[in-house]
Design a protein around this ligand. Structure first.
Ligand code: HEC
Length: 113
């Protein structure tokens, strides 16, 4: 095989890898996290977050908690209750994204509507 051909093959194998590695610390995947919030969290808190087995999670109520406390609840759950910890599925940044979403971009503003 000609060296140049071998070089080109190596290059073509490496390029996709560097493209993936270039993404590096990807920022939280908003679409995945939003789906998780309204479906997985929604299985207890209601698909519209109006409550079910777990309490409703309206924006105004979520703003009563600090972002840190909310992130902690999401990652570690509430011991002794049905609220599970999500740290196996959610990184700190991802839990923080959901906390931020609950406080600022939550589809359910308040229960008083
Ligand atoms: C298996 C059911 C279940 C699932 C799934 C679940 N929760 Fe909960 N959650 C609960 C229950 C029950 C409580 C209330 C615990 C208590 O009695 O304090 C709660 C409480 C909370 C609270 C505190 C609410 C408040 O007003 O004090 C937050 C915030 C919360 N959950 C967010 C989430 C998020 C975000 C997810 C998804 C990542 C999630 N929960 C998934 C059952 C669940």
């Amino acid at each position: 095989m000609l060296p140049s051909a071998r070089f080109l093959i190596c290059l073509s194998l490496l390029l996709p890898l560097t493209a993936v590695a270039g993404d590096g610390e990807a920022s939280p995947d908003a679409e995945r996290l939003e789906t998780l919030l309204y479906q997985d969290c929604g299985s207890c808190h209601g698909m519209t977050l109006r409550g079910g087995l777990g309490p409703a999670l309206p924006r105004d109520r979520m703003q009563a908690l600090s972002p840190e406390a909310l992130t902690h609840i999401i990652r570690h759950g509430i011991p002794g209750t049905a609220m599970p910890g999500w740290q196996a599925l959610l990184s700190e940044a991802e839990a923080r994204w959901i906390a931020d979403h609950l406080q600022t971009d939550n589809r359910l503003k308040t229960l008083d509507d």
